[in-house]
Design a protein around this ligand. Structure first.
Ligand SMILES: *Cc1c(COP(=O)(O)O)cnc(C)c1O
Length: 351
C-alpha cells in the first residue's frame, strides 16, 4: 500500500510522475531506448530540456529577461555560485540568517568577501523570520531563504531591496503565488517540491551576469550555462525529465494558483489541530508559519511512544523532525494530497 509520505526531501511526487518516469526508463518516447542510455544531445532530450526551461517561465510568469538553468551540485553549490557571480571584488553582500541553510549560504559567501548579516533569529533557535523592511543599495545583492525547511518558517513579505534580490526557494518553489519578477536570481534544489534529487533549478535575470569582475571557474559561471542553454556539460538527464513531468502535472492542475489554494487548505487543517490539541505545539511563532513544512513537538513525552506507534500504523512516513531540532515535521509539498493530512490529524486526535 502507498504510504502517506510527509518526508522533507527527497519527497513525494505525483503518482503519475513515478509512472511516466518508470515508462521512460524502459522505453523513452517509443524510441526503443531508455532515457538513461540516450545522448543528452539527441533531439528527444533537447526537447525535454527546452520544454523544462520554458514551463518554468510560464508557471512563474517571467519574460525573456530571465534564463532558466538545470544544474548539478544541489542548492549547496549555489551557496558558492551566487557570490562568485554577484559579489564584486572588494564588494559586500547582505544576508538574512533565518535558519541552518541560510547560515550555510552565509558561510560560503564569507569565503569570497564581506558579508553583513542584516537580520538573524539564531539566538532564538530560528523560531521566527527576522523582520527587515528595506535593504540598502550599498550591497552587491541581498540573499534570503524564502522557506526554512527545518524550522517551519516562511517569509510572507519580502523586504524591498535596493540591490539585487536573491532567494533560496528550495522548499517552497512553485507552492504559492508571489511576484517572481521581483527577484534577480532564484534557486531551488529539485528534491523538495519539484522533482527528484540530482538537479537544481536556477532562474536568473541575464543582465546581472558578467559584472563581478572575478575569474570564475567555468562550471560556476552562470553565463557559461546560459550561453550553452543549460547544456554546458552533461546535464542530470533523468532528474530534469522527472522535474518536467512534475511541472507538467502542476500546469495541468491549475498551475501555482490552484496549488497554493490546496496548500493553504492542507496547512490550515494541520495547524488548526495543533492549536486545538494541547498535546502538540509548533516550534515557531504563528505569524511566520510555513505552508510547506510544519515543525512541531509533543508536549507530554509519556505519550510519545503511543503517538509514534499510531502514525506508523496509519501508514505515515517521514514525520520525524530534523536531527538538529527533534520533534516532528510534516512536509506538505505540492504533491501531498489533503487526504494524507486528514489521516495525520485523525491520529493526533486519537492519542
Ligand atoms: C535542502 C535545502 C538545501 C540544500 O539542498 P541540497 O540540494 O541538498 O544542497 C538548501 N536550502 C534549503 C532551503 C533546503 O531546504
Amino acid at each position: 500500500m502507498k504510504k502517506h509520505n510527509f518526508s522533507a526531501g527527497p519527497c513525494i511526487l505525483p503518482q503519475e510522475v513515478f509512472q511516466k518516469s518508470a515508462e521512460a526508463i524502459l522505453d523513452f518516447n517509443g524510441m526503443g531506448l531508455s532515457i538513461l542510455e540516450i545522448s543528452h544531445r539527441s533531439k528527444d532530450f533537447i526537447a525535454v530540456m527546452d520544454e523544462a526551461r520554458a514551463i518554468v517561465k510560464r508557471l512563474m510568469n517571467l519574460n525573456d529577461d530571465y534564463e532558466v538553468l538545470f544544474l548539478g551540485g544541489g542548492a549547496s553549490l549555489q551557496f558558492a555560485m551566487v557570490p562568485f557571480n554577484l559579489m564584486k571584488e572588494n564588494g559586500k553582500a547582505a544576508y538574512l540568517d533565518s535558519g541552518n541553510w541560510a547560515a550555510n549560504a552565509i558561510k560560503e559567501a564569507k569565503k569570497l568577501g564581506a558579508v553583513d548579516v542584516i537580520g538573524s533569529s539564531k539566538e532564538e533557535n530560528y523560531s521566527f523570520i527576522p523582520k527587515i523592511e528595506e535593504v540598502g543599495a550599498e550591497y552587491d545583492y541581498f540573499h534570503c531563504t524564502s522557506n526554512n525547511t527545518i524550522y517551519g518558517t516562511q517569509i510572507k513579505d519580502f523586504p524591498k531591496a535596493n540591490t539585487l534580490m536573491v532567494s533560496d526557494m528550495s522548499s517552497d518553489i512553485f507552492s504559492r503565488m508571489i511576484d517572481y519578477s521581483k527577484f534577480d536570481l532564484i534557486y531551488a534544489g529539485a528534491q523538495k517540491n519539484m522533482g527528484p534529487a540530482g538537479t537544481t533549478l536556477v532562474v536568473v535575470k541575464k543582465e546581472i551576469l558578467g559584472k563581478s569582475g572575478r575569474v570564475i571557474p567555468s562550471y560556476l559561471d552562470y553565463a557559461q550555462h546560459v550561453a550553452k542553454e543549460s547544456m554546458f556539460n552533461t546535464p542530470p538527464v533523468f532528474a530534469v525529465y522527472a522535474s518536467l513531468l512534475t511541472l507538467q502535472w502542476l500546469e495541468n492542475n491549475g498551475g501555482i494558483a490552484a496549488a497554493e489554494e490546496r496548500n493553504i487548505a492542507k496547512a490550515k487543517l494541520l495547524y488548526d489541530e495543533i492549536d486545538r490539541n494541547p498535546l502538540f505545539e509548533c516550534f515557531c511563532v504563528p505569524e511566520d508559519r510555513s505552508l510547506m513544512n510544519v515543525s512541531f513537538k509533543i508536549t507530554d513525552e509519556s505519550k510519545k511512544e503511543a503517538f509514534d506507534n499510531a502514525w506508523k500504523a496509519a501508514g505515515i512516513n517521514g514525520l520525524n523532525g530534523h536531527r538538529s531540532l527533534g520533534g516532528y515535521r510534516a512536509s506538505l509539498y505540492n504533491a501531498l494530497p489533503i487526504e494524507s493530512v486528514q489521516v495525520l490529524v485523525d491520529v493526533m486526535k486519537s492519542i
